[in-house]
Write a protein that binds this ligand. Structure first.
Ligand code: SF4
Length: 507
């Protein structure tokens, strides 16, 4: 058991569900998680999510109700606002969705979920089971749009010196981090677990987090914002790898340069040798590149990874050219070198000794270099939360949890998190992945075990709910939930990209 901490504001009364009075001093024991805090009057528990307010156990964050809206002339209005028969009631026609945010958890596992809400959606009697899941098995995937080398694959990622994850497989134009997970939360020291939990919660709540990578970069990442890498705000996500860039722009370079090299840490492209150059009948230039030739005009390992040109460590691109075959190259040959983002470019003409001499980039080539930049998307950090629905989550829905798993698998049950659509991994269990930017702000919390608390909702037809052994006796109508809690709820417009969570046709 753990003693209470700070004071807290008012929210939903959860005394009946999780509160037990202890002794004569007004102490309430919270049993919403295994920590079992003893909370004195006017104080909150170790997670700050429950407080003892005047002898009642109060969930301190407001319940979030998503409201369906649509764009009318650039203004987001209630979904039914333009319907001729709409009476102005915000809950008419199931336009409100009760999310798990602020709803409370279920512990021990067999308790029914905090809200099991029925509503009529387009003539279908629908049930949504609403809860805040406690996730010990969860992690965060971070996609960082950059060519720069931020650290080697598998290198440790740290926060405040603690190991919170690792660099994982790079993707097309992006570096990837895998953070959190049960091994960092529970398998190391208490400090490692707590810092890992804090990093995950902050990232999922769309806050900036500073990270360092062993033998790599310092990063500041925040969902939906440009990454800051070693103090520099990243601007552009590359148009493609070096080979793809050659393919895209070959025709536009043709006639303006005799050779183009697109420098890339992974695949450096050489126009005259590349299939794109061959199709345009470009003559060989006798260029001899560093690195390992994979296929014609495509070179691997021309330099070490780094934060120079195209994610390599080079500052002078001519370093990756070993020379020119004097039987093939010719004085006056025009050479353009560029990076995959167009941020770096160099133009040279070979002198009589076949040495490249730098010149101003001619206008037609400059236009194409700028077009590379124009085709780059803004660099962003993207944060996906990934977690597995375990015991308390599934038992809160049905007495026979495997039925829920099968129902999700058979697409009879739609899973959302904070009203946002999730990707459910194939295979066993209910392992979900969600883009935190599609969720309302401050959707995530934590408990000090440590574990992440995240909203999750299961929506299905009422007859299917009965068939899977759902807690049918605990169903409350949407109207009753809205009437009882609207005053203490936070109303959020549903994200415009999200399908309406009650609409199971879009499962
Ligand atoms: S940590 Fe939070 S949820 Fe867990 S017992 Fe304490 S107050 Fe309740």
């Amino acid at each position: 058991m753990k003693d209470e901490q700070k004071s807290a504001p008012q929210g939903i009364d959860r005394t009946e569900m999780f509160g037990a009075r202890e002794g004569d001093e007004g102490i309430i024991r919270c049993d919403a998680c295994p920590v079992l805090c003893r909370i004195r009057p006017g104080r909150s528990g170790a997670c700050d999510r429950y407080a003892n307010v005047d002898g009642r156990l109060i969930r301190t964050d407001p319940l979030v109700m998503a409201q369906r809206t649509r764009d009318v002339g650039g203004e987001m209005v209630p979904f039914l606002a333009n319907e001729p028969n709409w009476d102005g009631n915000p809950i008419t026609g199931s336009d409100v969705f009760v999310t798990g945010i602020g709803s409370g958890t279920t512990y021990p596992d067999y308790k029914p979920a905090p809200f099991i809400v029925s509503s009529d959606y387009e003539g279908v009697d629908t049930v949504t089971v609403v809860t805040e899941g406690i996730f010990s098995y969860c992690g965060v995937k971070v996609k960082i749009d950059t060519d720069r080398h931020i650290g080697s694959e598998t290198a440790a990622v740290r926060s405040k010196g603690e190991h919170v994850g690792h660099v994982t497989t790079a993707e097309y134009g992006s570096q990837m981090l895998s953070l959190g997970g049960v091994n960092h939360l529970t398998g190391g020291t208490k400090k490692e677990g707590n810092i890992t939990c804090g990093v995950m919660k902050a990232l999922c709540n769309k806050q900036p987090v500073e990270l360092t990578i062993d033998d790599g970069s310092n990063l500041v990442v925040q969902a939906g914002k440009a990454p800051v890498i070693d103090g520099i705000v990243e601007q552009r996500m590359r148009v493609g790898c070096g080979s793809a860039t050659i393919g895209i722009f070959a025709q536009q370079w043709h006639g303006e340069a005799d050779e183009v090299v697109v420098v890339d840490d992974h695949i450096t492209g050489v126009l005259s040798e590349h299939q794109a150059g061959k199709v345009l009948h470009m003559p060989s230039t006798g260029i001899r590149m560093r690195g390992r030739r994979s296929t014609p005009g495509r070179y691997f390992q021309v330099a070490e990874p780094g934060s120079g040109w195209g994610g390599t460590d080079i500052k002078d691109p001519l370093e990756i050219i070993e020379g020119f075959d004097e039987k093939v190259a010719w004085p006056g040959m025009r050479l353009l070198m560029t990076s995959t983002t167009g941020e770096d470019a160099l133009y040279c003409i070979l002198d009589d000794d076949l040495n490249p001499a730098e010149e101003d980039i001619p206008h037609p080539l400059q236009v194409v270099v700028e077009r590379i930049g124009e085709n780059c998307e803004p660099s962003l950090s993207t944060v996906l939360f990934m977690g597995g629905a375990g015991g308390s989550l599934r038992a809160g829905v049905t007495e026979n949890p495997v039925h829920l798993t099968r129902s999700v698998r058979n697409r009879l049950t739609r899973v959302t998190m904070g009203g946002a659509p999730v990707y459910v991994w194939p295979g066993g269990g209910i392992t979900t992945m969600v883009d935190v930017l599609k969720m309302p702000d401050d959707s995530f919390g934590h408990i000090p075990t440590p574990a992440i608390v995240a909203p999750i909702e299961f929506t299905l037809a009422r007859n299917d709910y009965a068939e899977l052994g759902g807690h049918a006796g605990h169903i409350t109508s949407l109207t009753d939930v809205v009437e009882e809690f609207m005053d203490v709820a936070r109303r959020e417009s549903s994200h415009p990209d999200n399908p309406w969570p009650l609409d199971r046709r879009t499962v």
